[in-house]
Design a protein around this ligand. Structure first.
Ligand code: NAP
Ligand code: MG
Length: 497
């Protein structure tokens, strides 16, 4: 059958067997309490599966399994190239099951199938491959020391790494944690969001099939409570988190209340996208600005949710922008032609609609603003654009995590930089200019972990560290720097005589 049709994916979805149990110590198990939660598809609001609601018993069992595997050396004790081989096998299995994993992701999180098959799942596979390929090439150092000494600086795995991840790119965000953590020799306990647990549960089985020993990779689906239990656990060495700034703050407190585990936070954003009057290509800039906020329904930590436009080009630019926004039409995520899928759940839908209401009161609505496709039973919102007169209005200041863009007008580069940096966040930023000096100068002044010049969201490869300044978090995912999060540095000094 033709993969480019809605019918193909609907048929495949109907035939899909969905696993909802936790994966602990190499086997699937239900929660000891017998508790489950409804896993709902935002496509039509229907229940996809019952998923184990993991609590203390499962979190403890998963951490113990991970600890036993670590201490036993079945993974941590392998040569790097042995781990590499098994991780590559795992990646290959994920690739074999690409359509199935993409379908789980689409059904569970409402993401367009065209994206999950081309971005989410291939991106996760690539991440595992990249860290697998890297791990037998990075070494320690022999450092200058007194003549009677040999000084070694080596890196060792931490032990048990817990990863707590969000729902906007479920398997991709998870891979950015488990890829480097496993490559470095740690054992992992992954807690996916209760809004999107299915792909994580599935890849755990594939890990075992690939020869990654039981207990090395465990998945405990559940709500925030399961994440909290991991963050408070005294036998977890590191908590790698991607999610909201508010929960990130709690995670740090939990670490402080328990064992001072390493905490790495990839948090929210309110990223500025600055269009200067000498922008080299207004058409492309407008299309890119629309993509920066409407791709993935705006459920993007890096979303270019603040568009800063110079007054001289504002009118002409906004015409182009609204035209580009019209190209995002919410539709069935299972249709390969759909450019915009469903909002992840009713709660997030209500949240975004509340922000749109607030926007109507404090800004001028230029486009969209409504829930659509309600008859489907699913959760769809139009791409929405507001012209905001006050740059610190609620919709222009708080992270909405939905398809809502705030346009802010400025008159000078200094003013644009000041507005851009006037935020609690600092995840990403962009500037559009034809002047090389301006580009570099503005890039230097922007307080953000990633700065794009004359583009947005580029850089799908693994070489760029990803993470935020300020309340967008600490530490970096991706790149060799990510290995720093999952290893301890050890100095060994050997006295020769
Ligand atoms: P969230 O509410 O903070 O949830 C993130 C994860 O934490 C989920 O697995 C959640 O479980 C869990 N959690 C909730 N309360 C917890 C608690 N008290 N203790 C421990 N864990 C807890 O964030 P979200 O709504 O899923 O995701 C959206 C946020 O993620 C946005 O702010 C976005 O910017 C950010 N994000 C950042 C990046 C980045 O790399 N910087 C990437 C993607 C997303 P449940 O979902 O099951 O409640
Ligand atoms: Mg779901």
């Amino acid at each position: 059958m033709d993969k480019t049709t809605l019918a193909y994916w609907q048929e495949k979805a109907a035939a899909l067997a969905i696993e909802g149990r936790a994966f602990i110590g190499g086997e699937y198990r239900p929660a000891e309490s017998g508790r489950t939660f409804d896993c709902v598809s935002p496509i039509d609001g229907k229940v996809l599966a019952q998923v184990a609601d993991c609590g203390e018993a499962e979190v403890n069992a998963a951490v113990s399994a991970a600890r036993r595997a670590f201490e036993g050396g079945v993974w941590s004790g392998l040569n790097p190239r042995q781990r590499k081989a098994k991780l590559l096998k795992w990646a290959a299995l994920m690739r074999e099951h690409l359509d199935e994993l993409a379908l789980l992701e689409t059904l569970d999180a409402g993401k367009p199938i065209g994206d999950t098959t081309s971005v989410d799942v291939p991106g996760a596979v690539y991440c595992v491959e990249w860290f697998a390929e890297a791990i037998d090439k990075v070494g320690g150092e022999v450092v200058p020391a007194d003549h009677h000494l040999v000084g070694l600086v080596t890196r060792e795995p931490l032990g048990v790494v817990a990863a707590v991840v969000p729902w906007n790119f479920p398997i991709l965000m998870a891979s950015w944690k488990f890829g480097p953590a496993l490559a470095a020799g740690n054992s992992v306990v992954l807690k996916p969001s209760e809004k999107s647990p299915l792909s994580a549960i599935r890849v755990a089985q594939l890990a075992l099939e690939a020869g990654i020993p039981a207990g090395v990779f465990n998945v405990v689906p559940g709500g925030g409570e399961a994440g909290k239990l991991l963050a408070l656990h005294r036998d977890v060495d590191c908590l790698a988190f991607t999610g909201s700034t508010n929960v990130g703050k709690l995670i740090m407190q939990y670490a402080g209340q328990s064992n001072l585990k390493r905490v790495w936070l990839e948090l929210g954003g309110k990223s500025p996208n600055i269009v200067l009057p000498d922008c080299p290509d207004l058409d492309r800039a407008a299309k890119t600005a629309a993509g920066a906020i409407f791709y993935n329904m705006g459920e993007m930590c890096t979303a270019g949710s603040r568009l800063l436009v110079h007054r001289d080009i504002k009118d002409v630019f906004l015409d182009k922008l609204v035209e580009a926004a019209r190209g995002y039409i919410p539709g069935n995520p299972l249709d390969p032609n759909t450019s915009m899928g469903a909002i992840v759940d009713q709660l997030q839908l209500d949240r975004v609609l509340a922000y749109i209401e607030a926007g109507r009161a404090e800004a001028k609505l230029l486009h969209g603003g409504s829930r659509v496709q309600q008859e489907s039973g699913g959760f769809y919102i139009e791409p929405t654009v507001f012209d905001v007169s006050q740059h610190n209005a609620k919709i222009a200041r708080e992270e909405i995590f939905g398809p809502v863009l705030s346009v802010i007008t400025f008159d000078s580069i200094d003013e644009a930089v000041k507005i851009a940096n006037d935020s609690d966040y600092g995840l990403a930023a962009a500037v559009w200019t034809a002047n090389l000096t301006t580009a570099h100068e503005v890039a230097r002044r922007l307080r953000a972990g990633t700065v794009w010049v004359n583009c947005y969201d580029e850089g799908g490869d693994m070489n760029f560290p990803f993470g935020g300044y300020r309340q967008s978090g600490n530490g970096r995912d991706k790149s060799l720097h990510a290995l720093e999060k999952y290893t301890e540095l050890k100095s060994t000094l050997v006295r020769l005589r």
